[in-house]
Every structure is written in C-alpha cells, then in structure tokens.
Design a protein around this ligand. Sequence first.
Ligand SMILES: Nc1ncnc2c1ncn2[C@@H]1O[C@H](COP(=O)(O)OP(=O)(O)OP(=O)(O)O)[C@@H](O)[C@H]1O
Ligand SMILES: [Mg+2]
Length: 365
Amino acid sequence: MSLQAGIVGLPNVGKSTLFNAVSSSAKAQASNYRFCTIEPNVGLVDVPDERLQKLAELVHPDRIVPTQIEIVDIAGLVRGASKGEGLGNKFLGNIREVDAIIHVIRCFEDENILREEGAINPVSDKEIIDTELQLKDLESVEKKLQRTEKMAKADPKMKAELEVLLRCKTHLEQGKSIRSLDLSKEERNAIADLFLLTEKPVLYVANVDEASMHTGNKYSEALVASVTGENAEVIIMNNSIEAQIAEMENKEDQQMFMEEYGMTEPALNRLIRMAYHLLNLNTYFTAGVQEVRAWTIGKGWKAPQAAGVIHTDFEKGFIKAEVISYEDYITYGSEAACRDAGKLRIEGKEYIVKDGDVMHFRFNV
Ligand SMILES: Nc1ncnc2c1ncn2[C@@H]1O[C@H](COP(=O)(O)OP(=O)(O)OP(=O)(O)O)[C@@H](O)[C@H]1O
Ligand SMILES: [Mg+2]
C-alpha cells in the first residue's frame, strides 16, 4: 500500500489541473515511469529522486524502479461542507482516508474563471476550508469527549485522555488546526483513533499567474504570511503551466518550453518531493545488476521492518543488513570498492535505517 496525498480546495481553484499535470507527467516520462489510474481521480506517481539515477549510472542495472505515492483529486469543498453542503460529507470522508493534504489556493486573476467567493482572497479561501475541517473535527472530538467524560468518572486513568480531548476542543474552537497544537507522542496516540482532518500534514499550493511563477505575487505573499506558525509549507507554482509541460510528449519540446519560462525542472517534481517529506517518509535503496530500486519506509524504522517492505520473509527471517551510505557508494563507485575501503557496515536488528542507505539483507526462511 502506498501512501496517499489528497488534493483539496474550493471549487475552480486548479485542483484537477494539478492532478492532470501529475498524471500526464507520469505517463510522458521514460518507459519505466509507471502511472496507473486506480480510479478516475486516483493516480499512482513516481517520486523523482536523482540519487536513483546516480546509483544506476554506477551499477548499470536492467531497470530502475522509483518509489511511488498516490495522489487523489478530491472534488471542491464549499462553505457548509461540514454540515453536508455540496456533498460535503462524502468529500470530507475522502479527506479522512488520505495521509496528507495538498491544499490548492487560487492566487491568479482571471475573470473568465468563475469564482463564487468574490474578489481573489487566498487568506479567506484558506480559512473557509480550514473552518469546515475544524468543524468536522470538533464534531468528532465532542462525540468522544462525551464518552470519555463518563468513563473518567469511574476510571481515573482516563483523566489524561480527557485532558487531551479538552485541549483539542479549545484549540479547534479558537479556529486553529490540530497540527499546530503542541502534543506529546502519547497525547497524539490518545486521539489517533479519531483520524482528525486538521491533524494531517498539509502543503499549500499557491496557484499563481504566469508572470508570478518564480517570484510569487501579493496573493501568495498574503498566503505565506497567514500560514506562518502553522507547521506547514507553501509551494508557489502555476498549475496550468505544469499541466502544459506534463502533456508534452517530446522531452526536447518540454525542455525548450521550460527554458522559455526560466525553469530548470517542473515545479511538480518539487511538489511531489515535498509531499513525500510531508508524509514523513525516508527512502533506502537496493542496488543490483537486475534493478536499482528505491523503497519507502517511515522515519525511525529499524532494519527488519525496512526489510519487510521488500518481502515479509525478509522481516521474519532477518539476520543482518549490509549497509553502505549513499555518499560512500557514490564516492567509492561500487559495492566492492566500499567493502575494500571498510565502508560496508554489518548492522543488526536494532539498526535505524537512514535516508539514502544502500542496503542488502541477509535472511533465513
Ligand atoms: N494558474 C492558473 N492560471 C490561470 N488559469 C488557471 C490556473 N490554474 C488553473 N486554471 C484554470 O482554472 C480553471 C479551473 O481549474 P480546475 O478544473 O483545475 O479546478 P478545480 O479546482 O478542479 O475545480 P472543481 O472544484 O470544480 O473540480 C480551468 O479552466 C483551469 O485551466
Ligand atoms: Mg476538479
């Protein structure tokens, strides 16, 4: 199961344009670039990682396999969504299922593109969506609070949980999102079963006009200012341009088009990398003549758990891992050279895998 990031926002802000850019960019890439539409609005996309190419240049494998994430295009939310307005319950349900949120905000002017909320106002747009998500979360918190209050009377151990819920309630009532609430790991665990919408990590996309692609504009500046302190990031891009780049089948045309706009790579690549980090993921590599491949793991995972991503047998029968750091692999140029230089380490069950490790597992079934 790959992790999912869901695209949300008000109607007509450029969500589907972004989704199309993601999906056609995947289709237009080299042959091993895999994209499949699981449903019309769900796409599986490769995570661009230049380390994979660098390793492949040294190993010359038969194939290169990047790691992937799923992107979901969720239909536009409107004011009142938390009360069921505009199929709100269905769309909020879709958001509950994703691991991270990509929130698209309109930062371009265009009279031809309908907008129900009057003049362009990214800060208020963001607030409309945030409010709906917060109201929905408040509903979940209050429901659990009722049950917990009763239980806490009989069981003093429930008091800590009650505290956390009360803090969440106050925070939400102040119009703030749970991701900005300072909670310990235990406290987060106490509310994990609620799958709160505003606890999910978020990346804001300031969808700007052509002229502001590199610099941003007054709208994106206002957005950046309003996000400060929220524990979230903003990416400035033009979704239409990204879709145009992605739809070009010829790589040279694509290159020329990007040069014209002064771009060195599609902003989309940056977005996907940011989403990947947002999901709190790390990558390790396996490098053999058959394939050089990237694997996704969570931060802080130990070697056996990481091995389990390849195959459950690797985890069950884990003995040792041979590990070379990415930097050493590139510096010395091969596994053999790393071994000779004493850069190949043998690690055991407690080893915490680092981003970029090149791994080889020894196991026994
Ligand atoms: N940066 C931009 N500059 C100008 N026009 C844009 C930009 N981004 C998107 N558009 C245009 O805005 C319109 C709406 O885009 P899109 O269909 O992607 O919105 P949406 O958020 O998916 O809407 P809905 O909620 O209805 O699904 C399209 O005509 C698209 O081409
Ligand atoms: Mg759409």
